[in-house]
Design a protein. Structure first.
Ligand SMILES: C[S@@+](CC[C@H](N)C(=O)[O-])C[C@H]1O[C@@H](n2cnc3c(N)ncnc32)[C@H](O)[C@@H]1O
Length: 249
């Protein structure tokens, strides 16, 4: 990490952030983008323990669907991934509710952090419902790319964090995630409590009009199997409110 200059600091501080991303040093101390969520206390390893992000991603390709400011994309890059592609839909389907509640500022934060970090993370603008087409298009567009960064048709590791419960058609979304995943997907979501195979419909839950469906953990695991994965593992259960499940091809 290097010391940030005044322009860089201003470019960060003038934006509204969701993520706290370590982007450099200020007076020798780690500086984090001033985001509202902390994926664990600064400097902790919640990305691994709570979100199941593999500690070593050396040589892997990673797709982060619904990346927002890109905390997990940049972390995957830091963990040695050969290629990381962030994707989000904020700019493709401007939706007032979504912009206000689930992704303010489009990908401005992502771009600012990307610039300051000197990151090589790529970006695909797409809804998860069209991610298979968008990944194919990006693959076609990068064949023979002089940088040698050909985007694959399937990614070794797909991250799908904090998106599922915002979707009207969650099962279709998991099928799309499976379609672009080669080895493993990690899904983090708000959940319903219980052991039954059920999905609770909670439109607008928590005063957030972008919230819809809350599966129990067994339901989420079964959906992942039906969507095309061979087996699943529960990574984390946060007080029966949120959970992370890894699914393997
Ligand atoms: C709660 S945020 C989660 C951000 C990040 N993945 C995390 O875990 O911190 C939800 C994200 O999902 C994105 N999103 C919402 N609907 C989506 C869709 N249909 N396809 C892809 N991303 C979507 C939003 O734009 C937003 O970036």
């Amino acid at each position: 990490m290097r010391e940030l200059n005044k322009d860089e600091l201003d470019s960060i501080n003038n934006l509204k952030w969701w993520h706290r991303i370590p982007v450099g040093l200020v007076e020798g101390k780690p500086f984090y983008t001033p985001g509202m969520v902390q994926h664990g206390p600064d400097g902790s390893d919640f990305a691994t323990t709570r979100f199941g992000l593999p500690a070593d991603l050396n040589g892997k390709t990673v797709l982060d669907i619904g990346a927002w400011d890109g905390y997990f994309s940049f972390e995957a890059e830091r963990r040695g991934a050969r290629l990381v592609v962030a994707s989000d839909m904020a700019l493709t389907r401007p939706n007032k509710d979504l912009l206000e509640h689930a992704n303010w500022g489009g990908n401005k934060g992502f771009r600012a952090a990307h610039r300051v970090l000197g990151s090589q993370v790529g970006f695909i603008e797409a809804s998860v419902f069209r991610i298979d087409e968008a990944v194919r298009q990006a693959h076609m567009n990068t064949i023979g790319d002089l940088t040698g960064r050909e985007y694959p048709l399937e990614y070794d590791v797909t991250l799908f964090y904090g998106v599922l419960y915002h979707l009207i058609e969650p099962f279709l979304a998991l099928q799309k995630v499976a379609a672009v995943t080669r080895e493993m997907a990690v899904v983090e979501t708000a959940i319903a409590k219980g052991k039954d195979m059920k999905m609770e419909l909670r439109p607008g839950f928590d005063n957030d009009p972008s919230n819809w469906w809350y599966p129990t953990i067994p339901c989420l695991q079964e959906m992942l199997i039906r969507a095309g994965f061979k087996r699943t593992e529960l990574v984390f259960n946060l007080n029966d409110l949120r959970a992370t499940v890894a699914a393997f091809k």
